[in-house]
Design a protein around this ligand. Structure first.
Ligand SMILES: [Cu+2]
Length: 299
C-alpha cells in the first residue's frame, strides 16, 4: 500500500527508517488522541455527564494531558532525531549542485578533488554511507529522495550536508522539493543503489572519456554540453559523457532511448516548458536520428 519508488513510507535505508518510524508514532499518537476527544465530545453531547463540566475535567483534560502528551512526543522526536546525525566517516563524498532545472552531480576523490561529473543520477553502494554536499548555482532547491533520507534545502552561499544510505539494492526517484521557478515540478533525478562490485564498475566507467566524437554535436551542442574526450566542453547543461547509461533524461522525466532523445532535441520546450535548452526544429530527420543515436551511444 505504501510501496513505491518515491515513498517516505517505504524506507530502504537507516535514515529513511528513522523518519518513517517518527511519522508513524506521531500519526498513530495523533489519531488515538483524536478518537478519544471525539468520544468525549459525543458523550458530552448525548449523555451530559456532570463530571465533564467540572473545573477538574478542564484542568486535567485540557491542560495537564496536552502538556504531558506533547512533551512526551517532543522528547521522543528529539531523541530519535539524533540517529539522523552520523558520526562515522562517509564512504564517499558527492557534490550535488541544483541548477534551474536539473542536478549536477560531482563525485569527489579522497582529498575533495573532482573525480568525475555526471547529472541527474546518483549511484551509491549498498550498505555504505555516502555524504552529499548540497550547493546551488542559482536559487533555492531542495534535495529529497523519500525512500532513502529526509529532505534538505540547497541554499545560495551555504553548503548543506546529508547522508544517503540504502540497505538493499534498488532504484529510487528523488525530486526537487522547493519551488525554484518554471519547470520545477519536472526537476527529478534517480538514485541507484547497487552492490559494491557493480558500483565500482559504474564508477570506473564514469571516469572514462567518451569513445567517439560527432561533428554535428560539436557544432550545435558543445556550447552548453561537455562530452569528455571530445571538443565539447560547455557547462550550461548536464555533462553528457555517459548520458546513454542513465535511467532517464530531462532530469528524471523521460525514459532514456533514441526516440525520447530525438524528441527532446527537437522539442524540449514542448516537453519541459521553460527549461534552458532550446528546441532544435531545424534538423532534418536524418540529422536528428544521427544525433540521437550518437547521444544514446554515449554509455
Ligand atoms: Cu525546484
Amino acid at each position: 500500500m505504501f510501496a513505491g519508488v518515491q515513498s517516505a513510507l517505504d524506507p530502504y535505508g537507516p535514515y529513511a527508517a528513522v523518519i518513517a518510524e517518527i511519522t508513524w508514532v506521531l500519526f498513530i499518537g495523533g489519531a488515538l488522541i483524536f478518537v478519544l476527544v471525539m468520544a468525549l465530545a459525543g458523550w458530552a453531547l448525548w449523555r451530559r455527564p456532570a463530571w465533564l463540566a467540572q473545573d477538574r475535567a478542564i484542568v486535567w483534560g485540557g491542560i495537564v494531558f496536552p502538556l504531558v502528551a506533547l512533551s512526551a512526543l517532543l522528547v521522543y522526536t528529539l531523541a530519535r532525531g539524533t540517529a539522523l546525525d552520523s558520526r562515522q566517516p562517509p564512504f564517499a563524498q558527492i557534490r550535488v549542485v541544483g541548477q534551474q532545472w536539473w542536478w549536477q552531480v560531482t563525485y569527489l576523490g579522497p582529498q575533495g578533488e573532482v573525480d568525475f561529473i555526471t547529472a541527474n543520477e546518483v549511484h551509491i553502494p549498498v550498505g555504505r554511507e555516502v555524504e552529499v554536499v548540497l550547493d546551488t548555482a542559482d536559487v533555492l532547491h531542495s534535495f529529497w529522495v523519500p525512500n532513502l533520507a529526509g529532505k534538505l534545502d540547497l541554499v545560495p552561499g551555504k553548503q548543506n550536508r546529508m547522508r544517503l544510505a540504502a540497505a538493499r539494492a534498488g532504484t529510487w526517484r528523488g525530486q526537487c522539493a522547493e519551488y525554484c521557478g518554471g519547470p520545477h515540478a519536472q526537476m527529478a533525478f534517480f538514485v541507484v543503489a547497487e552492490e559494491e562490485e557493480a558500483f565500482e564498475a559504474w564508477r570506473a566507467q564514469q571516469r572514462r572519456p567518451a569513445r567517439s566524437s560527432n561533428d554535428l554535436f560539436n557544432a550545435r551542442c558543445a556550447a552548453c554540453h561537455t562530452v569528455r574526450g571530445t571538443a565539447a566542453a560547455g557547462t550550461l547543461g548536464p555533462d553528457l559523457t555517459h548520458v546513454g547509461s542513465r535511467v532517464s533524461i530531462g532530469a528524471g522525466i523521460l525514459s532514456n532511448n533514441t526516440g525520447a532523445i530525438a524528441g527532446w532535441i527537437a522539442s524540449s520546450q514542448h516537453i519541459k516548458p521553460g527549461n534552458l535548452m532550446p528546441s532544435f526544429r531545424e534538423f532534418s530527420g536524418e540529422e536528428l536520428r544521427s544525433l540521437a543515436a550518437y547521444v544514446e551511444a554515449l554509455k
